[in-house]
Design a protein. Structure first.
Lengths: 311, 79
């Protein structure tokens, strides 16, 4: 637990004694605004360098939903890569068509891309699926996150390819990654647990990079807030149906009581992945007979889903 | 529930005004208390929120009290 504060005394930064704005439970230290910004940006730069996520010649498609994670991602990448002549960026926003939710975040995405001078594409679900998500989900709302996830990945991949991108950057943070590990364990999905999203399988997939994977969701929100960039946006109305919502709540409680839980969970996954390295998943990689995308059977997941939705 | 809650306090009584994540407001008569204790008393996990005092973000160890306006902002929005 955190050091007990003296009532009346403001906690001060561990680096400079200025008033603190955040407390980091794992390292048990307080940081002021400027040292916290430096910490977050340094940590992301370290992740990118350590994992070689950005190479000369790369064109990065940044998945920009307009929410806090993708906003922080585009801000930080613009600061790092904006001056590099050998790397370019394009922001891609997928408009799922969720009433009362998406229009505000899309406006936020547009404004940010314009402010940063980043090329921006908005891709509507209707172009790919023939209808927006609300229409597709009528009567099957409990499947929302599965349906949305599959179609959103496909829309993002197609837009990134069209834009000539070599990689897709997403705003997944430490909490997201820990939740995914736990959900894959709960589902007994070992192949997905150990799969490397950065893997480049020829022309089949675009490698995905996650520069914020080492930063907690709370740190991202705080990073935006101290710069006056945190917007309280509406919550996705389908969130309540998601397994992720339950996992998030449980892990969040554990992280508070036992700081480091999420990081340990991710490290466990990485160890398992190392043990499984070299073991191939059963089955061969085919091409979907309908759309030509890579898949393990005859028809890919997206085409199968669209059929089941009557599209 | 922290301190003494009332919507009928005399106007001169120093209160802490708390804006909760759902935008509802509570006026609380409360001596200095840490942000962490305040969140506990409201049944909120500090990991799920950021807290501002008079517009400035404060860590869990900061103390808050009378005449402060506290905003508790939930950080998770996705699906």
């Amino acid at each position: 637990m955190m050091p007990e504060p003296t009532i009346g005394a403001a906690p001060s930064c561990a680096c400079c004694r200025e008033p603190a704005v955040v407390y980091q439970p794992e390292s048990r230290r307080y940081l002021c605004c400027s040292h916290f910004i430096r910490y977050v940006e340094g940590r992301v730069a370290g992740t990118i360098r350590r994992t070689g996520q950005v190479q000369a010649g790369d064109r990065i498609a940044v998945a920009l939903s307009g929410g806090k994670d993708s906003t922080a991602l585009l801000l930080i990448l613009s600061r790092f890569l904006g001056d590099r002549k050998d790397v370019s960026m394009v922001a891609v926003t997928v408009d799922e068509g969720i009433a009362g939710y998406r229009s505000e975040t899309i406006r936020s995405a547009r404004d940010l891309a314009r402010e940063l001078g980043v090329e921006h594409l908005v891709v509507p679900f209707t172009a790919m699926a023939g209808a927006d998500l609300d229409t597709l989900l009528a009567g099957r709302e409990t499947q929302a996150c599965t349906v949305c996830g599959i179609l959103r990945r496909k829309a993002l991949l197609d837009a990134a390819r069209t834009a000539g991108a070599t990689k897709i950057a997403t705003g997944h943070n430490l909490d997201d990654e820990a939740q995914s590990v736990f959900m894959n364990v709960l589902r007994g999905d070992l192949p997905r647990l150990v799969r490397d999203p950065g893997f480049n399988a020829g022309d089949c997939f675009l490698p995905r990079i996650k520069p914020l994977a080492d930063i907690s969701e709370k740190e991202i929100a705080s990073y935006l807030f101290v710069q006056g960039r945190f917007a309280e946006l509406p919550e996705c109305p389908y969130t309540r149906y998601a397994l992720r919502a339950e996992v998030r709540s449980m892990l969040s409680g554990l992280e508070y009581r036992h700081p480091g839980t999420m990081r340990h969970l991710i490290e466990s996954k990485q160890k398992v992945a190392r043990y499984c390295a070299g073991i191939r998943e059963p089955g061969t990689l085919n091409r979907c007979r309908e759309c030509g995308d890579p898949c393990s059977g005859e028809i890919c997941q997206v085409c199968r889903l669209l059929h089941s939705l009557g599209r | 529930m922290p301190g003494y809650l009332s919507t009928r306090l005399p106007h001169y009584y120093p209160v802490m005004r708390i804006v909760l994540p759902d935008q509802s407001i509570r006026n609380v008569v409360q001596g200095p208390v840490s942000v962490e204790s305040l969140l506990h008393s409201l049944g909120i996990n500090p990991h799920d929120v950021i807290v501002s005092r008079n517009g400035t973000i404060v860590p869990e160890g900061a103390s808050v009290g009378a005449d402060d306006e506290i905003r508790i902002i939930r950080i998770a929005h996705g699906g």
